[in-house]
Structures are given as structure tokens and as C-alpha cells.
Design a binder for this molecule. Structure first.
Ligand code: MF3
Ligand code: CO
Length: 258
């Protein structure tokens, strides 16, 4: 039904994703007030090229940068610019790498300085949503099981799930079938099979779920202008437990040193 990857292909996807994670760990050390998002983007691009990859997003449908950097009420697809990070910001950094024909795709929401408790909770719960979704990415389960696990945890905590933007298959193309919504009903949707590789990427809003697209054609904002968080891992579906191909551990180690 969907194109399933061989073990060799999954290892190539892992290499691309590990370079994404290493890039995000480099970005972690830059998350301080005063830096521009364009400066962060430049560091990421150089890091990727120095390590044998090419930026996976640059040129994709005309996207102009290496990273998507989305601050506070920006949900995803923020274009790096002269905007300066400030104390109290939350910053989703989404990164793609193309290497050996395969795409890595992962995102992490960073905090800058002192962030309000309710916003810290949003960031923590969004990361928990991602891991609850990943726990459903095993053969025999369905796409709707992933979305249900994410939506349940977000809503029980008083947050809302963005509907219009979804996770996706990932491989030789950045976006492959199937779509992986962050909401759904258990036991519905396509059946997951061993060797399916997907990017799971909950976008969770502190306020209402509705979004708008900027006139720049990319940046997605919350309609109520309240904050939104975003985490993404690329994973391979396996029989007993998903194999997570990107790696937050090296990012979190770098965060703890900022
Ligand atoms: N992880 C994002 C996504 O899957 C990044 C895409 S940015 C784009 O939609 F520029 F490449 F589109
Ligand atoms: Co993605």
C-alpha cells in the first residue's frame, strides 16, 4: 500500500536524521536573547554542508532557508529573518537534511531565558504528545491511533491540536504518503506496517486551534496570537516498538549547557 523501506534504507534515513539532530544541538547553544533567526540559519546551513549533507528544505516548493524558525504565536514554517530572540520566547526550529538520497526531518521547541510557567507546560506537553504518538507507531496499529494518542493528551491538558498541518511519510522525498494527522479516532485509518517511515510532528496551541497563513506565503500563525509548540521525530514502524531515527538526547544535552 505504502512504499516500505528496506533495513538498508532505514539506516540511510537514520544517518540523515542524525545529522539533523546534530545540527539542532548546535542550534541549541545559540538560543540566547539578541541573536537573529537568520544568524541561526547560517550556522545550521554551514554545519550541514560541512558534514556532507545539503539543507533539505531550501528550495522545497521555493522555501528560501535551511531552517523553519517559528517564535511564540508562529506555529511552523517561520522564515529566518532579522528578528531577534528575546527573553521568554519559545522557538520551534525545524530542520531537514538530504544526504545519500534520503531526507532527515526533525523539529524541537527551545526556550529562551525565563519562560512563563503555562508556556513551559505547553512545551512539555507537546513533547509528551510526540512520544505518545510514537508509542502507537507499531505494526498492526493504524494512523488514527497515533492521532488519537496525541489529541487526547493535548486536550486533557487544556490545549488544542492544529488540524490543517500534519505529519507525513518520509524517505527519498521529504513528504511521502501517508498523511499523519495529530488528531483522530482509534482503530481508523491506514494500517501501519513494518518498514513504513513517517515523521510525527504535533503542533499544539495554548489557546484555540485555528491558524492563519502569513502574506509571506509560509509562516503559520495562531489566529488568537497565543503561543504554539512543535516537536518532530522521524521514525520507522517496527513490530514491537517504533525505531526513532532522529535523536533529542544530544539536543537536550546541549540545552542543559546553555
Ligand atoms: N517539517 C516541515 C514539514 O514537514 C518542514 C517543511 S518546510 C519546507 O512540513 F519548506 F520544506 F516545506
Ligand atoms: Co515534517
Amino acid at each position: 500500500m505504502f512504499q516500505l523501506k528496506t533495513d538498508e534504507e532505514v539506516e540511510l534515513l537514520r544517518q540523515s536524521n542524525l545529522l539533523v539532530s546534530a545540527t539542532l544541538s548546535t542550534v541549541a547553544s545559540l538560543m540566547k536573547p539578541g541573536i537573529t533567526t537568520l544568524e541561526i540559519d547560517r550556522v545550521a546551513e554551514e554545519y550541514i554542508r560541512d558534514h556532507g549533507g545539503v539543507p533539505g528544505f531550501k528550495g522545497y516548493s521555493g522555501y528560501p532557508a535551511t531552517l523553519c524558525v517559528s517564535i511564540n504565536d508562529q506555529v511552523v514554517h517561520g522564515i529566518p529573518s532579522k528578528r531577534v530572540l528575546k527573553d521568554g520566547d519559545i522557538v520551534s526550529v525545524d530542520c531537514g537534511v538530504l544526504m545519500n538520497g534520503f531526507n532527515g526531518d526533525s523539529a524541537f521547541t527551545f526556550t529562551v531565558g525565563e519562560v512563563k510557567p503555562e508556556v513551559l507546560k505547553l512545551v512539555r506537553v507537546t513533547k509528551e504528545c510526540l512520544y505518545l504518538g510514537i508509542a502507537q507507531a507499531v505494526s498492526g496499529k493504524r494512523i488514527g491511533d497515533i492521532g488519537d494518542a496525541i489529541q487526547r493528551h493535548a486536550e486533557i491538558n487544556g490545549f488544542s491540536v492544529v488540524r490543517e498541518m500534519v505529519g507525513h511519510g518520509v524517505g527519498r522525498h521529504l513528504h511521502e504518503p501517508p498523511e499523519v494527522p495529530n488528531y483522530g479516532k482509534p482503530g481508523t485509518g491506514e494500517v501501519l506496517q513494518n518498514g513504513l517511515t513517517i515523521a510525527i510532528e504535533p503542533m499544539i496551541n495554548l489557546g484555540k486551534r485555528h491558524i492563519n497563513q502569513d502574506k509571506d506565503g509560509w509562516t503559520i500563525w495562531t489566529t488568537d496570537r497565543r503561543p504554539s509548540a512543535h516537536f518532530e521525530h522521524s521514525v520507522a514502524v517496527r513490530d514491537n516498538m517504533a525505531d526513532v531515527l532522529s535523536d533529542f538526547k544530544i539536543i537536550e544535552e546541549a540545552v542543559s549547557k546553555v
